[in-house]
Design a protein around this ligand. Sequence first.
Ligand SMILES: [Zn+2]
Length: 429
Amino acid sequence: MTAALAHPDPGSPSDQTTHHTVRAGDAGSGLSRWHRQEILPWFGTDAQRRLRGSHAAVVGCGALGGAQVDLLARAGVGRITLIDRDVVEWTNLQRQSLYVEDDARRGVTKVAAAAARVRAIDSSIAVRECAADLVPENALECIGDADVIVDGLDGFETRYILNDVAVSRGVPYVHCGVVAARGTTMPVMSGARSGGAAGDGAAGGPCLRCVFDEPPAAGAEPTCDTAGVFGPAVAVMAGLAAANAIRLLAGLRDQVDMALVSVDLAGGAHGAGGATGAGMGAAGAGAAPIFMRMSLEGARREDCVCCGARRFEWLMGTRTSDTTALCGRNAVQVKPARAAGSARDAAAGTAGVGADCSGLHSLDALAARLRELGDVRVEAGVLHAMPRGEKSRAGYPIELAVFADGRTIVRGTSDIDEARRIHARLVGS
Ligand SMILES: [Zn+2]
C-alpha cells in the first residue's frame, strides 16, 4: 500500500483516454483501483472512462451529501463541486462520515474539510469548493457545468431551486432527503439534455414539482434538529441516490431506477413522527424496515409549472424566502416562500406531502417539536420559543416568535444569513 500511496494515480480529469488503464491503489497486482467496479457485467471499462470524464455537483455536504461524496469519489468521478454553507460541529460527527474531531475542533467549513477528504481518497480528482448558501442569485454559478446535481440538503426551498436549475438547463438531478430514520429519493431527468457524459438524449420523467408541487409549509415537517437523524438511514438513502447518480454520470441512463423510493428504518416500532411522537406503531412490530417504491412512469404532468409551462419561479427568486433585518431590534423577520406563495396555490390546496394545505403554520405541532429544545408558549396566536443554549454568533440568546401566517421573527441576531440558518434548522424551510 505504501508504494501505491507514494504514486497516486496520475490520470487527470482532462486525461480521459488513458486514466482507466493507470495502475493505482493495488501496487503489484497490475489492476486499476476501479477493477472491482469495472468487472461488474453491467458496468465495464467504457462506463468507468465516462465516469472519469464527468462532473458531479453535490449540494449540501452534511451526512447525506458527505456519504454521496465518498461514494462518487471512490467510484471514479473526475470532477466534484462541493456546495455547503456550514462549518463542521461536534454534533455532526455522529453521522457525517467525511469529518473527524479535528475538523470540528477547528470549526473548518464543511466544503474545505470534505475537499481535503476527497483529495486524500483520490488525489487526481478535481475538486471545486463553494462555501455558500445556494440561492437563486448564485445557483447557476455554483452548479457550473455539472453533469448531475446531487441532493444532500436538509431544507425544502433549495431543492425547488435545484429542480428549476435541472429542468431549465437539462441536467439530471438526484433528489434525496432524510429526517429521523426515514428518507426519500427520486431521479429528475425531465428535459435532460442530449449527449454529454450523463446522457443519451432521452428526456422524460417527472420533475420534483410534478410529484411535490409545493414544498410543505414552513414548520409543518420535522427537521433534523427537532426530530434527529439516524446515521444508518442516511447510509441507505445515500447509497440509493448515489447508485442513480453514478449510473447517470457513467452514461448508463437506461439503468436508472425511475421511481420514488422511500425507506423507514424505524418501521412500526418508533414511527416516523420524531419529536411529535406521531406514528407510534403496534407493539411487537420491532424496528422492521419499511421500503416503498413508486414507479414514476406517467407521473410527468403536462400542467406542471416547472417542466410543463417552463416557468422557473424558484430560480427566478419569486418564490424564495423574504428575509429582512428589523432595524434597531437585533432581530430578523423570515417570511418563508409558502407564506409568500401565490393565491392559486393556496386556493388549489396543492401543498406538498404532509403540508398544511392552508399554507399556515400548525403552531401546536411546531410547539410540540420545539418543546424538546426549550421553553415554548403559544399566546394570542403567536408561538414564542427560547431554545436552550442557542446563541447567535454575537453571543445573544436566540428567541423565536412564529406567527400563524408563516412569518417568524428571530431575535438575538441582526444577521440575515444567520437568521435564515436558525430558521431552517428549528422551524424548517
Ligand atoms: Zn414537472
